[in-house]
Design a protein around this ligand. Structure first.
Ligand SMILES: [Zn+2]
Length: 276
């Protein structure tokens, strides 16, 4: 069987790392609002790919993560927090928001006949493993702590831009460091973010904070499927920066990352990406 690999920009023979088995990781939803049909696009495409692989006789382990902590979830929790006087902390409220919208996502995908993945790891369940991963990146000189944040050092990535087919020198042109960011290079990205005021946070060697978005996929995919796993998938809009950063982090930590990258096109409405 041949599949189109975004990494090499070619159709390639699919050769699993373990004969007869396929490990597949797909970036899942950030659960901060009700799902729309744009979310279903990625879900059904990878559901079809999984079913086809099973039909062809492969044993498939399909992992799709859930981002259950991020700025949008916290923002929603903050709105609910100020309007209804409750005894909940913002962390508990964020967890409730994430749970509510993950249930809505499950319900809607089930209505469309899309099967659940074999494993559905949540970012908040992986904080200690993410911290350990960031520490190993720092030990190898690929990341640095600054003002309670930790950033990936883009200059240490050997082949940054290989997935999105971009030249790092060109990417630097016009790039700026935003106010409040403590990074050295505009292309450096956050692995760990220091908590502001009352934000939900976890203890870390760099103080209270929470993980950046990209790190969760590097950690959860390899933890469950192993180094050099077979297929990594997601929407075409995730190629840059999300997937490029996942590769940089994992290779920076000395790991072999996904070997085949599959990207689905986006659902468009009036020639624009279907969004909320
Ligand atoms: Zn991801």
């Amino acid at each position: 069987m041949k599949i189109y690999n975004s990494l090499t920009r070619k159709k390639e023979e699919l050769v699993p790392i373990e004969e007869g088995k396929i490990g597949m990781y797909v970036c899942g939803p950030t659960v901060y609002d009700s799902p729309h049909i744009g979310h279903a696009r990625s879900a059904y495409i990878f559901d079809v790919i999984r079913r086809y692989l099973i039909y062809k006789g492969y044993g498939v382990e399909f992992v799709r993560n859930v981002t259950d902590i991020d700025d949008k979830i916290i923002g929603k929790a903050r709105e609910a927090h100020s309007s209804q006087c409750t005894a909940y902390s913002l962390k508990e409220k964020s967890a409730k928001i994430a749970k509510k919208y993950l249930e809505a996502y499950h319900e809607d995908m089930a209505l469309l006949g899309i099967e659940k993945p074999d494993k559905e790891p949540k970012a908040t369940e992986y904080i200690p493993k993410m911290i350990a991963f960031i520490e190993s990146l720092m030990e190898r000189g690929g990341a640095y702590a600054s003002g309670g944040d930790v950033y990936f050092d883009i200059k240490k990535a050997k082949r940054y831009g290989k997935l999105s087919n971009q030249d790092i020198a060109k990417m630097e042109v016009g790039a700026r460091i935003a106010p409040g960011e403590n990074k050295r290079d505009p292309l450096d990205f956050a692995l760990w973010k220091a908590a502001k005021e009352d934000e939900p946070s976890w203890d870390s060697p760099w103080g209270k904070g929470r993980p950046g978005w990209h790190i969760e996929c590097s950690v959860m995919s390899s933890d469950i499927l192993g180094d050099g796993f077979d297929i990594h998938g997601g929407g075409i809009d995730l190629i840059f920066p999300h997937h490029e950063n996942e590769i940089a982090q994992s290779e920076g930590a000395g790991k072999r990352f996904a070997r085949y990258w599959l990207h689905n096109g986006l659902l468009t409405i009036n020639s624009e990406k279907m969004a909320k």
